[in-house]
Structures are given as C-alpha cells and as structure tokens.
Design a protein around this ligand. Structure first.
Ligand code: MN
Length: 321
C-alpha cells in the first residue's frame, strides 16, 4: 500500500517553498529555520512519525530475508561463544568472538554497541565497557547483534563460563525462560501488543515470589526495570506501532530479564545474578517464527552446547616482549 499518496504527491517537494529554501541553501542554519516553519505549517514531526511507523512497522519480504540472515548469523555467533567461553576469559574476548563470526558472514558490523557483562556487570542495563578481565563462575550476559546489509539483529544470551549453571543461577534463568515461552504464544496477528508486557510481569513476579525474592508483584520493577519488546529492522529499535494489535510481518524482540545487584533486599545468594534472554520474532497469522533459534535457550541446551568444542579452543599467540 502506498501510504504517502493520499497526502503528498511524489513531486510535492518541488511545489513546497519551504523545502526549496533548503534545496537552495542546504546548511544547518537553513535547516533549523525550515524545521521551525514545517512545525508551524504541518504540526511538528507528527507526520513523519505517522508515515515511518506504517512503512517500517510491517516488513516487506525483502526486508524479512535480510533480517532473518542478520539474526541467524548473530545466533550462530552466540552459539560459538557458548562453546568457547571459559572462566579465565575476559568480557572483551567474548565480544571479539561474536564480532569475528559476524564479519566471517559478511556483516558490516554490529547494530548497537555490544554488551558483554559478567556478574555485577550483567545487572547494569546498557553496560558497554566490557572491561572485566576474568569471568570466573558468574553468569555472563551477552546482548550482541550484527548489522547485515542495513538490518540489525538483537540477540541476548546468558551463559555460565564453567559450562554449568549453579542452582541459584538456574532458578533465575528458568523464570526468565518461562516468561519468554509464555510471551511467544502471544506473538501472532490480532493480539494486543500491550498484552506481552502484562504476561511478562505476571510470570516474572510469580517466579520471584515463589523464590522468596519479592513478596508482592508490585516489587517486580526493582528486578525487571525495562520493557519486554520493541520493533526491530533498519534500526535495532525500529519504528513501529506500540498501540493496538500485532500485525503479520512485524518483527519484534521478546526479552524478559531479571537483575539482582549486590545489596538487594533479598538473600545474598541471589546477588550479582543478571539474566536476560532475547529472541527476534516474526509475527505470523497463527503463530510467530523465532529467527534466533540457532542460539540455544533452554538451560539444558546451553550446557550441552558448552560441552562442545569451539574453533577458538586453545587459541594461543606468542607472549608480548
Ligand atoms: Mn532489544
């Protein structure tokens, strides 16, 4: 459907005195003036939002093809990290493995600054330093996605460097996993977008109450401070509607998480556990399609992958003089 036709003709810019002003003198000062005039005459950037939300919220087949590749190659990179990770590795080394695999597949780079955080760092939202030099036995959270031919993946996995989850790590991981499973069931056309957030809150709160970490559902935001889903595509947080219902060929993330920094008002045994699992889903008529299945999600499958050999095992370089 051509959303632009009803209100703007293809050559409308030629008849617009305001736009022609910018064409004649394309500098930043003119741009500021032009923006102000557009705001006056057309009612702010609302029009831009209206069009891009429609144009970018629902993906074309060509876009789905590129986005699928971006997500798949990122998932393969995450699986490789599961095989390669060891307690004596650094956050940066893991970041390097992901970036190497991305480039091996021809990705131009990453769609956003990679987040690789172990233990306490996993509990910091948007941690980007990635400078912890030893992982030891704490969980590592990796939120890393490639940019492939303009399309951004957005995949998060949380892995135990020893190859085995501790009981506490597993308990938290399992709650996040179950929230994801429940939300996946809602990823189909006609379901209100807002219901995904509601379902996430329900499952995460019930899980934390069961473990005695919180007493009431309203305490959940302490340990789950972000949203469960966003549109993705040309931008990792792409334009798209958050009102109303999901539509076929929207592509969204499903990314519940629980983060328990040291000092939290709960048993110390939970401190410094941060878990997020993030998958990229194409909304279908009757069900969603998970584009990131090449990176295991079940804790049993993560441990199984960790037991496999990696091409990075035993990589050695000469010592520096
Ligand atoms: Mn995301």
């Amino acid at each position: 459907m051509n959303y632009l036709k009803p209100r703007l003709a293809d050559d409308a810019h030629k008849n617009s005195a305001i736009i022609q002003e910018l064409v004649a003198r394309p500098d930043s000062v003119t741009l500021l003036g032009v923006k102000a005039k557009i705001k006056e005459t057309m009612g702010s950037a609302g029009l831009f939002d209206e069009y891009t939300v429609k144009l970018r919220g629902v993906k074309q087949p060509e876009e789905l093809a590129l986005l699928s590749k971006s997500v798949q190659l990122s998932s393969i990179a995450h699986a490789e990290v599961m095989r390669a990770v060891k307690p004596n590795m650094s956050e940066r080394e893991l970041e390097g493995i992901l970036m190497y695999v991305h480039k091996k597949y021809g990705a131009e780079g990453e769609g956003y600054p990679p987040i690789v955080g172990v233990g306490a760092n996993a509990c910091i939202l948007h941690y980007e330093e990635n400078n912890e030099t030893v992982l030891n036995n704490q969980l590592v959270l990796l939120d890393v996605g490639s940019e492939y031919h303009g399309y951004s993946a957005d995949v998060t996995r949380t892995v135990p460097p020893t190859g085995k989850f501790t009981e506490e790590q597993k308990a938290i991981y399992q709650i996040v996993y179950e929230a994801q499973e429940e939300v996946f069931k809602l990823c189909k056309a006609g379901v209100p977008y807002a219901s995904l957030e509601a379902k996430t809150g329900e499952v995460l709160a019930a899980g934390l109450i069961k473990l005695g970490i919180i007493k009431e559902a309203k305490e959940l935001r302490t340990y789950y401070p972000h949203g469960v889903s966003h549109h993705m595509g040309l931008d990792v947080h792409d334009k798209g509607s958050y009102q109303g219902n999901l539509e076929e060929n929207m592509v969204i993330t499903v990314e519940p998480g629980i983060y328990i920094p040291a000092g939290s008002k709960c048993d110390k045994k939970w401190w410094n556990i941060g878990v997020r699992i993030e998958d990229d889903i194409v909304i279908g008529k009757d069900k969603g399609t998970n584009l990131s299945i090449d990176a295991p999600r079940k804790w049993q499958d993560v441990e199984k992958m960790a037991a496999e050999k990696s091409i990075f095992d035993g990589a050695k370089f000469p010592p520096l003089k």
